[in-house]
Design a protein. Structure first.
Length: 132
């Protein structure tokens, strides 16, 4: 069973966001099914993807002067910090905590983040004709 289901909350009607969210979900789901060696190889890939994902959103927020960008950027920073700490533990051979983070925390965080902060950004962009 996938950790992140392809539910309606992933689809915000902003094509760039929807594609990146689908890619993120696919990576998390691959991590959830991965054997230890594959998990250790995929986790850094998720970190790289997440950095690019967040950087693109943050640039969009900056360019469109999204009023909620400071809170959104702070949340990105918090999650990236967590991922980086787990990547360090994984590199040191401590995969248990990184796997628990992916399985127990990321799916719920992603649902909440998408349904709140990303939803607000998408609504703001749609109101301005972005993504049509």
């Amino acid at each position: 069973m996938p950790l992140i289901e392809d539910d309606d909350y992933l689809h915000l009607e902003i094509p760039e966001m929807d594609v990146v969210h689908a890619e993120f979900a696919a990576l998390v789901n691959r991590l959830g099914e991965a054997e230890p060696e594959e998990f250790a190889a995929l986790f850094p890939e998720l970190l790289v993807h997440t950095r690019a994902h967040f950087a693109a959103e943050e640039e969009t927020m900056r360019l469109t002067e999204f009023p909620g960008r400071q809170e959104h950027i702070a949340e990105h920073g918090r999650v990236l910090g967590e991922m980086e700490r787990f990547a360090e533990r994984l590199a040191a051979g401590k995969s248990f905590f990184a796997r628990a983070y992916i399985e127990d925390r990321i799916p719920d965080w992603f649902a909440r983040h998408t349904q709140t902060l990303d939803y607000a950004l998408a609504a703001y962009l749609r109101a301005r004709g972005v993504g049509d």
